[in-house]
Design a protein around this ligand. Structure first.
Ligand code: GCO
Length: 434
């Protein structure tokens, strides 16, 4: 019986994804304090959990890479920790440099294709203290940092992503207060919404000067739904889409912010923001799509974009997120409207489940979402799919309570155990080769 690969073109890439702070262990190797260590210390996370030990991947990366090979994956998506490389935001940490050199060698020597991300949320706290993403100087520092990544590691990478999920970096962290630095302030969110885009643009320019490898961005999408197309529902949906799904997409592909959000945020944007839009839309080579869920909305709620979510009778993940594979089709179509012909990757997709080793719910989630991707890939340039995540890991504000892994991690012993979903991937990918 043919496996999953038979539904895709021969060069379609399958991989799994992780992020530095969620797995490495920030107490090792001269890593500096990041905004996430600081946020955790100040009560921002469940149980006070933090990434100081996480999955101890810093010491166990060889074993973890063997798991990827064992599952039959082609590629590994990981991130560089800004705080490990530049603990004080300025000076290079040689131990950090050596760690990523070893990691890249170990990925390449196994024949895995390394998809690197410059920023998956662990800004050095020293820069957080200077205003984090709400100030221009840090967008400029990010540009320099990404240039460093491209210069130092570009040869060993398949491609390089600037920023993972700018919506989380800016909106979730500065307006909804759920991620570091935990602000609930529209002014800060508006500044961060612009400077994260500028950081991306400066990073792309700096990296372009250092490497010929493809450079892109990873955006997350949570398509909105409304119960009917009344005028008030439609305008609520437009405001929500503009701030959640199209702000960054439109900025990087067209150099414009969407009107339905700009109308409210413009007075709060940094002075002369318009002058940065050319940098922000500097051409990129691919877009990564992260997709987990959709939301049913209605007008209301406090604060911009003046919507509230409505509970639906859909199956839910352990995060409480509705499972709706069609949302991934919508996300793909949205991106391809803004960027026709742009190579796309599904850079994250997966679910939290409270089940430990036997996780049939997760297998079904992957099957249903892969079906959707296979259909879209018949007509659109979708080049690969990455499961989130290889390992159970530090799920940000939820600490270690939520498990997204294909591999179960016992956080006491650091023992890794393959879940059924891991074995499902393995049988699909191996069967495909037969
Ligand atoms: C992301 C996140 C991951 C999360 C995952 C599940 O890029 O969204 O980066 O780090 O763990 O999304 O919430």
């Amino acid at each position: 019986m043919p496996g999953i690969r038979s539904q895709f073109s021969k060069d379609f890439i399958f991989g799994a994804a992780t992020a530095a702070y969620q797995i490495e262990g920030s107490k090792f190797g001269g890593c500096g304090e990041s905004i996430w260590d600081h946020f955790a210390k100040n009560g921002g996370t469940e149980n006070g959990d933090d990434g100081s030990l996480a999955c101890d991947h810093f010491h166990r990366f060889e074993e973890d890479l063997d798991l990827l090979v064992d599952a039959g994956f082609d590629a590994y998506r990981f991130s560089f920790s800004w705080s490990r490389l530049f603990p004080d935001g300025k000076n290079l940490n040689i131990e950090g440099l050596d760690f990523y050199k070893q990691l890249l060698d170990a990925i390449n020597s196994r024949g895995l294709r390394p998809f690197g991300t410059a920023y998956h949320w662990d800004m050095p706290q020293a820069l957080g203290q200077l205003g984090g993403w709400t100030v221009r100087e840090n967008a400029e520092r990010f540009g320099d940092y990404m240039g460093f990544i491209a210069r130092t590691f570009g040869d060993g990478l398949e491609n390089l992503v600037s920023i993972n999920e700018p919506w989380c970096v800016a909106w979730l962290s500065h307006y909804l207060g759920e991620h570091a630095p935990g602000l609930k302030d529209l002014n800060s969110a508006a500044s961060a919404n612009h400077f994260v885009c500028l950081g991306h643009g400066l990073g792309v320019q700096a990296a372009r000067a250092e490497t010929a490898k493809p450079i892109g961005i990873v955006l997350n999408f949570t398509p909105g739904r409304v119960e009917n197309r009344s005028d008030s529902n439609i305008s609520a949906l437009e405001r929500y889409e503009a701030v959640t799904n199209t702000w960054y997409l439109s900025a990087v592909t067209k150099g414009k912010y969407p009107h339905a959000a700009l109308s409210e945020l413009e007075p709060l944007l940094p002075r002369n923001w318009q002058r940065d839009m050319e940098i922000i839309r500097d051409p990129i080579d691919f877009i990564g799509i992260n997709y987990y869920t959709t939301q049913m909305l209605r007008p209301g709620g406090q604060g911009f974009p003046h919507v509230e979510t409505v509970d639906r009778n859909l199956p839910k993940t352990d995060m409480g997120w509705d499972i709706e594979p069609k949302g991934l089709t919508d996300a793909i179509n949205l991106v391809s409207q803004y960027a026709p012909d742009m190579p796309l990757y599904i850079t994250e997709n997966g679910m939290a489940s409270e089940k430990s080793i036997s996780d049939p719910d997760r297998i079904k989630y992957y099957q249903d979402h892969l079906d959707v991707v296979a259909k879209a890939a018949q007509t659109l340039p979708i080049k690969g799919y990455f499961a989130w995540s290889l390992l159970d890991n530090f799920e940000w504000a939820f600490g270690y309570k939520k498990r997204f892994g294909l591999v179960y991690v016992d956080y006491e012993t650091q023992q890794r155990t393959k879940k059924d979903s891991f074995k499902w991937w393995q049988s699909e990918l191996v069967r495909s080769l037969a």
